[in-house]
Design a protein around this ligand. Structure first.
Ligand SMILES: [Zn+2]
Ligand SMILES: [Zn+2]
Length: 155
């Protein structure tokens, strides 16, 4: 089967990521991610948007969504389970209305397929970090360069 299994806390949402290999990962220390996660940082695991959108009807019917503007002038569409409130993924809409080439899944909703002790996600928006980041980890004070995706024209 393609993709990694995804589920929310209550089990209402269950599907698979578009591919089994993420295009990248990040621990995000921005204030929005801290609010969203209710914790010290957010964990993003990136996959190609083209593999997820348009959303399958059955999945879209189960998800709730809200939007908010981002600092860089885009619009973030945040998809979550309306039953338990868990954020599943977000997609970025660019000013021209197109989707950014990657969507970001929340790390904790991916049930298997990532060895968290073996990966070293880059740390982004560290200027608002509320924790010390261990030496030797890739860090960006603000937005990082976009994750690499195959065949993507936009980032
Ligand atoms: Zn749920
Ligand atoms: Zn963030």
């Amino acid at each position: 089967m393609t993709g990694l299994p995804v589920s929310c806390e209550c089990g209402n949402i269950r599907f698979r990521t578009p591919t089994s290999e993420p295009a990248g990962m990040a621990y995000c220390h921005c204030t929005a991610c801290r609010k969203q996660s209710g914790s010290a940082f957010g964990t993003s695991v990136y996959f190609s948007s083209a593999g997820l959108f348009p959303l399958p009807e059955a999945l879209e019917a189960k998800l709730a969504m809200f939007t908010h503007p981002t600092d860089s002038g885009n619009t973030m569409r945040c998809y979550f389970c309306p039953n338990c409130g868990v954020r599943i993924f977000h997609a970025i809409v660019l000013p021209d209305g197109s989707l950014r080439s990657t969507v970001a899944f929340k790390g904790g909703v991916i049930d298997e397929g990532i060895d968290w002790k073996a990966v070293k996600p880059r740390n982004i928006f560290t200027r608002s970090a509320v924790m010390d980041i261990p030496d030797g980890w890739e860090c960006y004070e603000g937005a990082p360069p976009p994750p690499k995706t195959q065949g993507a024209s936009k980032s």
